[in-house]
Ligand binder design. Structure first.
Ligand SMILES: Nc1ncnc2c1ncn2[C@@H]1O[C@H](COP(=O)(O)OP(=O)(O)OP(=O)(O)O)[C@@H](O)[C@H]1O
Length: 567
């Protein structure tokens, strides 16, 4: 909080030019000095006029630029000292918050105290309130303390530089450390039963964002590690049920950071959920027949050259439905909703075996960004290697269409049965006919030894990220609106009325917004991102990514390789 006398020097009236500024700055620290100095200067100015000996010199001294500069420096220093104090008060408050939540079982308090100290980097201490003893709470994996091998969680700290620490507050121990120079001497009583670390390495993909600096429950924010959705984390220590230690991969630091454990993160999610205002929604596990009506499928016009028709949702309906629970109803009970509620997804490095079917390539992007254009071009490059999946439909075949070529033509009853058996990755209704891309159609392509390339809507992610299809998900990201205006000058957008027209500015804005939305909600599922700026360059990137997906090791869910129940 600022003192009452403080004024904003920048907004102060400068009737006296720079001298006015000088007086305002001084007023920050000493009330009334402004008036005194103004009075002195006025007096001196009067003396100058009266030609009193030395007055001119004094006047010029008081107005000298170096004096004003010094005053400014002093003012800045004063502000810095203030902010330093604020930081300390803030740290103290943070420390106090630690005592509130989560409440440690043994009423002990933990404070991250030693990380910043070069001699003991990477350890935290806690005070047992019942006994007043100070213990090493945890040793941060890969930190200096850990590498020294001298300190272990549970060791009792007796003295620091000959000063007994028994009964001291953690803050007081910080002060001892802060004021120590040179060699630091710790007297420690080692823990008798040192826990054996027999934990296996665990790798996870973060399904949520986490920022320790806005989490009041973390024992120490500075020891925490921030992560974003999709980051791969190596969990190096799970000995604490609430706070794990992890390293973000690829690792730039050997030192681990604290992250909430799965159970703690789930608890936080639940608390957050309960704190949200109630929104009645329709994500109930209704029979999937009832959801046909919510989707209108959009059959592409881009398959004139014999490519498989892709099923994209109608542009207008998609805008409304995206990110809402309507999508969730589609794939219940294995809807995207369950994945979104996850905290961490256990992953392993997977290298595609040449004798196994290829990984499915699933392209995802906002409508109009160019998902189908890229898919079409990729297949065109080498139709012997890349192929789409043949969709199913209940509409009657046209005279030039053959079953299993353009579509699998099936009855409505057959279609319904497939829906009930979860055989569709995506399905919907257009003008009274049902259309869908089935898992089997994808598997047929994969079984033929080709790489299957499909485009999907976000709700279908759950259906393709399976041990069966092992989808490699590529997000086709829109460039900026300005870039799209340049690159799409001669392109046409296909509307839901089977017509195409030149792009309008609002189309670009819509694509950009939808892309941002999609990325925000689903980026944790993206294996690769391609910005579709120049078509040629995007195509090359797609080709490279698709090859890399098959040829290089990738992080995939452990469940794909080691189904639940196996270890
Ligand atoms: N990088 C690009 N530069 C210029 N034109 C592009 C580019 N990418 C796509 N286009 C054009 O934009 C139009 C829309 O592309 P496309 O049909 O592939 O979109 P989409 O993402 O599949 O969306 P929808 O399914 O709604 O059609 C097409 O005319 C396509 O040729």
């Amino acid at each position: 909080m600022r003192p009452d006398v403080e004024t904003d020097p920048g907004s102060a009236p400068l009737e006296m030019g720079d001298k006015g500024m000088m007086l305002q700055v001084l007023a920050l620290h000493v009330p009334g000095l402004t008036q005194i100095l103004a009075h002195v200067i006025a007096e001196v100015r009067g003396s100058v006029n009266k030609d009193i000996n030395g007055a001119e010199l004094l006047y010029s001294l008081l107005n000298a630029p170096w004096l004003q500069s010094l005053l400014k420096v002093e003012s800045i220093l004063h502000t810095l000292i203030n902010s330093e104090l604020k930081v300390r008060v803030h740290h103290l408050l943070l420390s106090l918050q630690v005592y509130e939540f989560p409440k440690p079982s043994n009423e002990a308090r933990e404070l991250y105290a030693l990380l910043s100290h070069p001699h003991l980097q990477g350890a935290t201490i806690r005070r047992d309130d019942a006994t007043g003893e100070i213990y090493i709470a945890r040793v941060i994996h890969g930190g200096l303390a850990d590498r020294s091998g001298l300190l272990h969680a549970g060791d009792r700290l007796v003295e620091v530089n000959g000063q007994p620490v028994f009964g001291l507050e953690p803050e007081q121990i910080i002060q001892i450390l802060a004021h120590s120079h040179g060699t630091l001497m710790f007297k420690v009583v080692p823990i008798t039963d040192r826990p054996v670390n027999n934990q296996t390495m665990l790798y996870v993909r973060a399904m949520v964002d986490y920022n320790p600096h806005v989490d009041p429950s973390i024992p120490c924010a500075d020891a925490g590690m921030a992560f974003r959705k999709g980051d791969i984390l190596e969990i190096v220590d799970q000995s604490d049920t609430l706070w794990w230690q992890a390293v973000k991969l690829p690792s730039i630091s050997a030192c681990a950071g604290l992250i909430p454990s799965t159970s703690l993160l789930k608890r936080k999610q639940k608390e957050l959920w309960w704190s949200q205002p109630y929104h009645p929604y329709t994500c109930v596990k209704t029979c999937e027949y009832t959801v046909y009506a919510v989707i209108v499928l959009y059959v592409h016009l881009l398959n004139m050259s014999g490519f498989r028709r892709s099923l994209r949702l109608c542009r207008q309906r998609r805008g409304q439905a995206f990110g809402t629970s309507q999508f969730c109803t589609l794939r219940c009970p294995t809807s995207c909703y369950s994945s979104l509620a996850n905290t961490y997804e256990e992953v392993v490095q997977y290298q595609h075996h040449p004798e196994h079917p290829h990984r499915l390539i699933a392209l995802l992007g906002p409508s109009g960004v160019g998902v189908n254009e890229l898919r079409r071009r990729l297949i065109e490059i080498n139709p012997k290697v890349y192929q789409g999946a043949v969709p199913h439909t209940t509409r009657p075949p046209k005279c030039h269409e053959g079953s299993g070529r353009e579509y699998h033509f099936i009855s409505r009853e057959q279609f319904d049965t497939m829906v009930c058996n979860h055989r569709f990755i995506e399905f919907g209704e257009l003008r009274g006919h049902l259309y869908g891309t089935s898992v089997d159609a994808v598997k047929d392509v994969l079984a033929s030894g080709k790489i299957c390339v499909i485009d999907i809507e976000p709700y279908a992610l759950e259906s393709v990220r399976t041990a069966e299809l092992r989808a490699y998900v590529i997000f086709i990201k829109p460039p900026s609106v300005e870039q799209m205006k340049c690159t799409r000058m001669n392109s046409h957008i296909i509307t839901n009325c089977y017509t195409s027209r030149p792009f309008k500015d609002e189309d670009f804005q819509e694509i950009e917004d939808a892309g941002r939305n999609m990325e925000q909600h689903y980026c944790q599922f993206f294996d690769h991102v391609i910005v579709n700026d120049g078509l040629q360059a995007a195509c090359v990137q797609l080709l490279t990514a698709v090859r890399r997906a098959q040829a290089e090791p990738q992080w995939v869910p452990t469940a794909w390789i080691r189904p639940t129940g196996q270890s």
